[in-house]
Design a protein around this ligand. Structure first.
Ligand code: SF4
Length: 490
């Protein structure tokens, strides 16, 4: 007998029946879960467990048991029958469909379900997930009278003590859930029929491979498609527009009629693919470089966005700067400087003062995509208005090296439609590179920093070194990118 269809499996069926079939029958073909995704899932679980404090004293059906959903469902039934008021991870199976809900709480003889989302907003997918859960639970537990999504309250500010009731925001999805009961009855039938057919559904790749989530089987379906010149690697194009070309049988970038393209940043990619060489708009890049005033340094800031505010006066997901790295030159030698804020302390003022002191003597501060850094600096102005003028000075000196790439004035075919620092890094510095590092993205850096809350001192030191190494690499490539552009135009 096959296992019941879980909520995760059903959501996959909604995205693509092939995704659903592969997930249920060929799980081994699934792409390896990136470290980043693992950390995102972990945060979701942690927030879910934290929210249990809203209804203290409940029983977790999964505690101390091996992962056996039939057993969890039995245990839930038993707890309900025995008058338990609050159940965590309450599990239900109905008509071969399985759901687990974060919190089930009895209020005046009626049951209310709560699903926790580590997010500030409610998305369509969250509502659909919740409605599916309601469909299964309502059919197993007729006394269920409400189903709520618990999200983080964007207005909550941490005062002296965390107020969990104010931290979470509860939104009922009952209207949608009741309205959609027939929809789920119909859609779950289709999902079951797909499994009964016993063959992989013949579904072509499309924009749906990324909506609402990136599919777990891209490695299987896309394996013959990711050739360097594939039209599906075109950057700055929506997935819809990309597939419109693909479905018109324009499979390679160099097959696109360049005269039909309006946008410069797309045209440059097509030209690079046709000529198989880098493209530089000399005049524009030169004009950009002329804004740089020596002496220069490069600067990169890493931020932490804790779902549950950690420092006094902060909100859920507020960007907290914790690390900056700078590269400059001293007598022809590259010099680096990094400042690292320990996670336990709110040293944002110290962070700000250090960054102001260290950057003061430079006339241009190089960054790659300044948006995050500018947001952080703006928040620091609000927090420490006494530094308003110095922060304004720093902001005036920023030169954003992403600009020539973003505006379509520089492109190399090796960038494969990617306009990030990571994509240009191998062209700028062939020896150094992000792929040799433990941490390879700002998102990973953030989650790994968060993991320091649970590490011992030795492990925390190791993580700190990895984070600094990552941030320094960002600053180094940014610094060298200026020279790279100069060489291209001179
Ligand atoms: S990669 Fe696309 S077509 Fe293939 S299973 Fe996933 S969503 Fe379906």
């Amino acid at each position: 007998m096959s296992s019941p269809i879980s909520k995760s499996a059903f959501i996959k069926a909604e995205q693509c029946l092939k995704h659903f079939y592969l997930y249920k029958n060929h799980y081994y073909l699934r792409d390896v879960l990136s470290k980043e995704k693992q950390l995102i899932f972990k945060r979701g679980t942690d927030v879910g467990i934290f929210a249990q404090q809203l209804f203290p004293g409940g029983i977790d059906v999964t505690a101390g048991e091996k992962r056996d959903q039939q057993l969890f469902a039995e245990k839930t039934k038993h707890l309900i029958a025995n008058g338990t008021k609050t159940i965590y991870e309450a599990t239900f199976i109905y008509d071969d469909l399985l759901v687990m809900v974060d919190i089930l709480h009895k209020h005046e003889d009626k049951w209310i379900a709560y699903e926790v989302k580590s997010s500030l907003k409610i998305t369509e997918t969250y509502v659909k997930d919740a409605c599916f859960q309601y469909y299964v639970i309502k059919n197993s537990l007729p006394d269920l009278v409400d189903f709520n999504l618990l999200t983080m309250n964007p207005k909550y500010v941490l005062d002296s003590e965390l107020d969990i009731k104010k931290l979470f925001k509860s939104t009922s999805v009952m209207k949608d859930a009741v309205k959609n009961l027939d929809y789920f009855s119909h859609k779950t039938k289709i999902a079951k029929q797909t499994l009964e057919q016993n063959k992989i559904p013949d579904i072509k790749i499309g924009a749906h491979c990324f909506q609402p989530y990136e599919c777990d089987f891209l490695g299987t379906c896309w394996k013959n498609i990711n050739e360097p010149n594939s039209v599906l690697t075109l950057g700055k194009l929506t997935k819809q527009a990309m597939f419109e070309l693909y479905d018109q049988n324009i499979k390679r970038i160099d097959e696109i009629d360049i005269n039909t393209i309006k946008h410069k940043e797309i045209k440059i990619q097509v030209k690079a693919a046709i000529e198989q060489k880098e493209q530089v708009f000399n005049e524009e890049v030169n004009a950009f470089i002329s804004n740089v005033k020596h002496p220069i340094c490069s600067l990169d800031i890493e931020v932490w966005m804790p779902a549950i505010p950690y420092y006094h006066g902060t909100k859920p997901f507020q960007q907290i700067p914790f690390l900056f790295s700078m590269i400059s030159e001293d007598n022809g030698e590259l010099k680096n400087y990094s400042y690292f804020k320990p996670i336990e302390e709110d040293l944002r003022k110290d962070f700000l003062e250090r960054i102001l002191v260290e950057t003061k003597k430079f006339n241009s501060i190089l960054m790659f995509d300044k948006s995050l850094e500018e947001t952080v600096l703006n928040q620091l102005v609000d927090l420490y208005p006494e530094y308003r003028n110095e922060i304004a000075d720093l902001k005036n000196k920023i030169v954003d090296l992403a600009e020539p790439i973003r505006k379509g004035n520089y492109y190399h075919p090796d960038m494969k439609g990617n306009f990030t620092l990571k994509s240009i890094a191998p062209l700028v510095n062939q020896e150094a590179g992000f792929n040799k590092l433990e941490i390879q993205s700002g998102i990973s850096a953030m989650y790994i920093y968060e993991s320091m809350l649970e590490q011992n001192a030795i492990e925390a030191e190791r993580i700190k070194a990895q984070l600094i190494e990552y941030c320094e690499m960002d600053a180094l490539i940014t610094y060298q990118l200026l020279n790279f552009f100069e060489n291209r135009v001179h």
